[in-house]
Ligand binder design. Structure first.
Ligand code: URA
Length: 264
């Protein structure tokens, strides 16, 4: 076979490549290529890395602890999740919100240079129901201009496959659109990958997506890093594993049931 014989993308996620010191984990899919002797050398490409950012803030740790505790009652779980969402969204939009340079007149009769959030490019917020809704409850306080597009997915408890039951995304999206997806738990990654696939299929770009999650687990991160290396994920914690029922361990249980007080 001429040229590239095999090309494979893989990514190892372990404690060692999840930097805890600066709380930034860059996850790079490793591309291995086998070529025959006559094959032209492929041009070196700058590697794209998925960024997983866990802000080292005591308030984030505090609200995560409240969410983890099995003794936290539902109303408190909900408000802790909303608060955590506010803090994580604040971080996620730090270098993401489009701004414009203007001038404003101050009460002292002076003109001051001013940077304002650009209202012409509202962030498209996509909560994954149910619990993604709680995470964005206070988003309005940190994102001045936004639009909301709900999506709902349900997981088959036997196969753990997610399927959509609601999708309010517009049929066409622009490559310039900016997206913020909220989903408290990224466990196996099945749902979040489907949502991003859908955004890309409608014309959006993965590089313009920020994902906000309370807790993420290695299977979801591996899936996302392999498929969308340019993605940025903001989370309170990277947990160790996912159990056979698809729950993150140690995790915080079923986020939707706990937020809404649904008995299970
Ligand atoms: N969804 C949840 O609500 N909890 C988990 O642990 C995993 C997915």
């Amino acid at each position: 076979m001429q040229g590239l014989l095999a090309q494979r993308s893989s990514c190892t996620i372990s404690r060692s490549n999840i930097a805890t010191k600066r709380s930034i984990a860059r996850i790079t899919p490793v591309v291995r290529a086998t070529t025959d002797a006559a094959a032209p050398k492929p041009k070196p490409k700058a590697p794209q890395q998925m960024l997983v950012y866990s802000p080292p803030h005591p308030l984030i740790k505090h609200w995560l602890a409240i969410l983890r505790s099995e003794y936290t009652p539902s109303p408190m779980f909900r408000s802790a999740c909303a608060e955590l969402g506010r803090l994580l969204i604040y971080e996620a939009v730090r270098e993401f919100l489009p701004t414009m340079e203007q001038q404003v007149q101050t009460p002292l009769g002076e003109v001051a240079d001013a940077t304002l959030v650009d209202p012409s490019r509202p962030i498209k917020i996509i909560p994954i129901l149910r619990a993604g809704l709680v995470l964005l409850e206070q988003a309005g306080q940190v994102v001045p201009f936004q639009e909301t597009y709900h999506v709902g997915y349900v997981r088959d408890p036997a196969t753990l496959q997610a399927s959509a039951y609601l999708n309010k995304l517009p049929a066409r999206l622009s490559p310039e659109d900016l997206f913020l997806i909220t989903d408290p738990m990224l466990a196996t990654g099945g749902t979040i990958v489907q949502v991003i696939d859908d955004i890309v299929a409608r014309g959006g770009r993965a590089e313009n997506i920020r994902v906000v999650a309370v807790v993420v687990a290695p299977p979801a991160l591996k899936k996302l890093a392999d498929r969308y290396p340019g993605l940025k994920v903001y989370t309170a914690m990277i947990d160790e594993q996912v159990n056979e029922r698809g729950y993150i361990v140690p995790g915080l249980g079923d986020a939707g049931d706990r937020a809404y007080g649904t008995p299970h």
